[in-house]
Design a binder for this molecule. Structure first.
Ligand SMILES: NC(=O)c1ccc[n+]([C@@H]2O[C@H](COP(=O)([O-])OP(=O)(O)OC[C@H]3O[C@@H](n4cnc5c(N)ncnc54)[C@H](OP(=O)(O)O)[C@@H]3O)[C@@H](O)[C@H]2O)c1
Length: 383
């Protein structure tokens, strides 16, 4: 029986994780659920999963949750420190890291330092602190298993193969809702249009990242660290049907692709347990009934994030910290209708150009650069 802590339990990945866990009550027990302030969803999860402890990082929301459950044997804790302690608590052996954004980094690192199996959905951990995470995992005996569908696909296509024989790792991208729109027509798109992803049902931030393709840019950086891959061996290709999630090309010309219906419960089930495979509840893939599977090169004029990431991956580690923080600010500003859609990546580019990249070896260095980048992007927005 695995004992699981879910960071970001009330979000899209968190709820899919709960769904998989509920299908396998004899294989998993939930130790702790962590979220920010979604009291209603956390209440539902408490009833469904019976965790030992829940944490809401927002103090007021935790008080509301306590008032809703005056008599319960579930511990209700609050604050970011409680989230980090929960991630490191020895009563769980497996941590699903699905808090959104840079807020998820300290708790996830605590789980890695505690030597746990970390099912990693939070992109920012590896994007901002990839070197630190991978080194810490090695030193502390932690296992990092990707939850992102593309990285889970690469993980599967690499199993049992010689790493020196890998020529390319190719991640697929759906192209998001604006794949066929001209850059000019994107000037006035609304957050609602950007969030309406054609294939995946995801949180708002990542849906906007998909529309700008910043999501794929961040995923390339993640892949670099997860698979210890040189930037020149990493590529992305548009595949609108989102059936092939990634491919690994070997020196003999053989390409191994992983396919599944686009539903995050499949990579979550694989991350929770790869052998024997768990049923995940996703629909079976009937290829004969699918639309033709198509692949297209990425147009970097329409998706400038993909050109930008090539520079970032080839430069100092701190460039990814600046890129990620600037993107978080610009993404949110777009969702708040403070800037237009095309300004998101432009602002990231301007922030990278305006800042000096400082060395990032500790979480504190990363934090400082992250904060500096956020302020720079905010200043650029308010000009
Ligand atoms: N959704 C996908 O299909 C997908 C695929 C691959 C990777 N990912 C990655 O997985 C992560 C989660 O994505 P998502 O789509 O599930 O996001 P989401 O639906 O927006 O959910 C985010 C979760 O994080 C919690 N959270 C936010 N800020 C927090 C804080 N300060 N302290 C504690 N908890 C906090 C939220 O709690 P409240 O609900 O209480 O606010 C919620 O549980 C992201 O890094 C994303 O890039 C997602």
């Amino acid at each position: 029986m695995k004992h699981v802590c879910v960071l970001g339990a009330t979000g899209s990945i968190g709820l899919s994780t709960a769904d998989v866990i509920m299908q396998h009550p004899h294989d998993f027990a939930v130790d702790t659920l962590v979220a920010h302030r979604n009291v209603a969803e956390m209440s539902r999860l408490m009833a469904q999963l019976h965790p030992r402890c829940v944490v809401l990082t927002d103090e007021q929301a935790a008080d509301d949750l306590r008032q809703r459950h005056p008599v319960t044997d579930i511990i209700i804790a609050s604050g970011m420190d409680a989230a980090t302690e929960a991630a490191a608590d020895p009563r769980s052996d497996t941590v699903v890291a699905a808090m959104v954004g840079a807020a998820g980094v300290p708790a996830t690192l605590a789980a890695v330092q505690a030597g746990k199996t970390v099912c990693l959905a939070n992109k920012e951990c590896l994007v901002t602190a990839g070197r630190l995470f991978m080194r810490t995992a090695e030193a502390c005996g932690a296992t990092i298993v990707p939850v992102d569908s593309e990285h889970a696909a690469v993980h599967q296509a690499l199993q049992g193969h010689d790493r020196d024989s890998v020529r390319r790792i190719i991640l697929t991208a759906s192209g998001g809702p604006f794949r066929q729109r001209s850059p000019e027509s994107l000037l006035n798109v609304t957050p609602e249009e950007a969030i309406a992803h054609p294939n995946w049902d995801m949180g708002a931030k990542i849906s906007v990242d998909s529309a700008t393709m910043m999501n794929k840019a961040l995923e390339l950086i993640e892949a670099r660290w997860l698979f210890d891959a040189a930037p020149e061996t990493l590529e992305a290709i548009i595949h609108p049907q989102s059936i092939v999630h990634a491919m690994v090309e070997y020196n003999d010309g053989s390409v191994l692709a992983q396919m599944a219906m686009p539903d995050m419960r499949s990579p979550i089930a694989y991350a929770l347990q790869s052998t024997p495979r768990l049923s995940s509840g996703i629909p079976w893939l009937e290829l004969a009934q699918q639309q033709p599977l198509e692949f297209f090169a990425i147009d970097t004029a329409r998706f400038p994030a993909m050109a930008l990431v090539q520079q970032v991956m080839r430069g100092d580690d701190g460039l990814a910290v600046i890129m990620n923080a600037a993107n978080e600010v610009a993404n949110e500003a777009f969702r708040q209708r403070r800037i237009g859609f095309m300004a998101i990546v432009a602002l990231v580019e301007q922030t990278l150009a305006a800042m000096t990249c400082t060395p990032v070896t500790t979480l504190k260095d990363i934090w400082q650069l992250d904060q500096h980048s956020r302020l720079t992007t905010e200043e650029l927005i308010s000009r």
